[in-house]
Design a protein around this ligand. Structure first.
Ligand code: ZN
Length: 679
């Protein structure tokens, strides 16, 4: 419900951003692939099978005080200390298998040159990536591309050991082959390899167990089963083996508590400290009522620059949806995004007054909309290496309703995805070198400003005519496409306004031109790579981008504002006049605002159906053919930055430095050494 996951294939990434209702759209006005401004930073560290291993940066680190740096450091250490838990939760043999892999990889013995070594290393990386031997997204067990004999030799040669059961788990294709089964025709508990239920326990038994606990009409129910494994007691009855200090996973939880206690000691404010103390208490006693108290305190702790997710949170890995997977995300406020937002928000009325919409549709007192962007400083458990791109918590509905919730997008993660998706695709679809150079220099800033304009100004702008129903009522299924289109065009229109330079938001209008280039080639071509052959455009953001790009392309034909160029059998769209294009954006903005203000369903429908839905099949195929050679693996995850404390002679921390490791295997081996607290 609440995680905007990046665990799915990449082409679903942008679709997903918008398809979750409670999530603010926080959607770049384009998905321009920009290459890095900081050219030295290598965003892609490794690829293996269907995975890419990326890196991310932590902007704003130097703006933190020493206590804030310590807080972030302690929270990330707490997160990593529980890392073993997710391995054991995912599958009962995972820890044992991981340790055997660690021993082999870190050894200098064994046959490391033969034909089976590379397949072995691929397997090890995939296991590390998925926190276990089942695919992190598809849930299927992946099979070794090397023989059992070869592996047993490696074990022997390096002194590693593995039980017969674990060897069977690795090599027998049928044994525990699905981590989480969703096959409703069978017993999903029995068919799932996930380690939330001891072997032999059935779905019916579990359902009966909780049916007895759940009180009908309870307005503040606890999250039953969230922090335990179900086992059989000596009489064969089901019981919960609770995750807590003196319970299941106790040794790891003790370490988590140790670091959380240090974190509470440097909390930024009282509400934050109180929340951390409740979390510690919850880990000590394992009481779900305390978990709710903690979530209430956490949801209300909104001041401060540092925040975090920590605990057994999301229940997707339980086929019955009770048990929470361990995870941790540590977040720092995005100071740059906040500053941009403030400048735009302070000038919201100027933008409203200078918009192209009709005077009667302008707000007299417009208020900019703020949205929350954070930067990740470290992740662990189920959130790492594969990570969500946004978080909206807590999960309990009654807490959300009564005490509020926090919704953030993980800015530096999204940026890293953007950067990593590569200059190659950019260059493939760019009309000329000038365009490529401009996007390289200004594309990243352009995307951020367009997003800020979209959110702060775009969605806040305009008003309905008196007596007209809400867009959902009047424009029905077209309302979200038209609303996103409206916000995007507001952004596009002002991206070429000298006011942006005057406000100090951009160095020159070259930033706006880069945004226009990216938007047009994306809306008319590039985004089609996310679509299966033969399909219409369905997702609201994709529709709105195509709608805008196709509309201005058509209306600009008489003046050749955007020319369609065919070169060596490839199609390009080249903007010949940026000012005229801006005027066209202004005209479309005026019309879409009119449609919304008047609730003109038929005009809205015509606009979307004419320009936003249908795909030129030949062009679509061309796009698919052109991106194919780049062969970008569909899934991605991240190497964490490393936080390194510096101490004085008394052992007091005097600073914490951030470094960016670039070797996935090394990080996994180091984590295995430093944070291995469970048997
Ligand atoms: Zn939006």
């Amino acid at each position: 419900m609440t995680f905007i996951s990046m665990k799915q294939p990449l082409f679903l990434f942008l679709l997903l951003l918008s398809s979750i209702g409670m999530y603010q759209c926080q959607q770049p006005a384009t998905d321009t692939e920009t290459t890095t401004q900081t050219d030295e930073f290598n965003w892609v560290a490794d690829t293996v099978a269907d995975l890419r291993i990326l890196r991310y940066q932590v902007p704003g680190w130097d703006q933190l005080t020493l206590d804030q740096k310590k807080l972030v450091y302690y929270l990330t250490q707490a997160g990593l200390s529980g890392r073993d838990i997710i391995w054991d939760q995912n599958y009962r043999h995972n820890l044992e298998i991981r340790r055997a892999l660690e021993t082999i990889v870190s050894s200098d013995k064994g046959d490391r040159t033969g034909a089976e070594w590379q397949p072995f290393m691929s397997y090890a990386k995939r296991v590390w990536f998925s926190n276990g031997i089942h695919h992190h997204y598809a849930n299927d067990k992946f099979l070794p591309g090397f023989s059992r004999t070869y592996f047993e030799n490696l074990l022997r040669q390096t002194g590693a050991t593995l039980s017969e059961d674990a060897l069977t788990a690795m090599f027998d294709p049928e044994h525990d082959r699905k981590k989480v089964s969703s096959d409703a025709s069978g017993d999903v508990v029995a068919m799932s390899a996930v380690n939330f239920y001891a072997p032999g326990i059935t779905q019916a038994e579990v359902e009966a167990f909780y049916a007895k606990k759940i009180v009908k009409g309870d307005k503040t129910p606890v999250s039953w089963g969230l922090n335990s494994r179900i086992v059989r007691d000596e009489n064969g009855q089901l019981k919960e083996d609770v995750y807590k200090l003196d319970g299941l996973y106790g040794p790891a939880i003790a370490e988590v508590i140790k670091w959380l206690t240090l974190a509470a000691g440097v909390a930024e404010n009282e509400p934050q400290r109180k929340a951390l103390e409740l979390l510690i208490q919850y880990y000590q006693i394992g009481d779900l009522k305390t978990w709710d108290d903690y979530n209430i305190a956490w949801a209300q702790a909104t001041e401060g620059d540092i925040d975090y997710i920590q605990g057994f949170v999301e229940v997707y890995n339980d086929p019955l949806g009770y048990r929470g997977s361990y995870e941790s995300i540590v977040q720092i406020k995005d100071f740059e995004a906040s500053a941009r937002m403030k400048v735009l928000s302070d000038n919201a009325q100027w933008f409203e007054d200078n918009s192209t919409i009709m005077d009667e549709h302008k707000k007299a007192n417009v208020v900019g909309i703020t949205y929350n962007v954070v930067n990740v400083a470290g992740e662990s458990g189920d959130a790492s290496p594969s990570t969500p791109i946004g978080v909206n918590l807590p999960n309990a509905n009654w807490i959300r309703e009564q005490y509020g919730s926090k919704s953030v997008s993980l800015g530096n993660i999204i940026e890293a995805y953007d950067q990593a998706s590569g200059g190659s695709i950019l260059a493939e679809f760019a009309h000329d070198e000038e365009e490529v150079a401009r996007v390289k220099e200004f594309g990243a800033l352009g995307d951020k400003l367009a997003t800020a304009l979209h959110e702060v100004i775009g969605h806040a702008s305009g008003k309905l005519n008196p007596g007209v129903g809400t867009p959902k009522e009047t424009l029905k299924t077209y309302s979200s496409t038209l609303e996103e289109a409206r916000a995007d065009i507001v952004a596009l229109y002002f991206m070429m306004d000298p006011k942006m330079v005057e406000l100090g938001l951009m160095p020159s209008l070259e930033v706006g031109k880069a945004e226009y280039d990216g938007f047009i080639s994306n809306g008319l071509m590039k985004q089609l790579r996310r679509l299966e052959p033969g399909k219409d455009v369905e997702e609201a953001h994709m529709r709105n981008r195509q709608l805008i790009a196709a509309w201005v392309f058509e209306k600009g034909q008489p003046d050749n504002v955007i020319e369609k160029v065919t070169r060596d059998g490839k199609t390009y769209f080249n903007i010949t006049d940026y000012d005229k294009l801006r005027t066209l954006f202004g005209q479309l903005l005026r019309e879409i605002q009119r449609i919304k203000s008047e609730g003109d369903y038929r005009a809205g429908q015509a606009l979307v159906e004419t320009y936003g839905v249908k795909v030129d099949q030949a062009l679509h195929q061309e796009v698919l053919d052109r991106v194919k050679p780049f062969n970008i693996p569909p899934y991605a995850g991240f190497i964490n930055p490393e936080l390194v404390p510096e101490t004085d002679a008394n052992g007091e921390i005097i600073d914490v430095k951030v470094t960016y490791p670039d070797n996935f295997v090394d990080q996994m081996l180091e984590y295995g050494k430093k944070y291995s607290f469970l048997k």
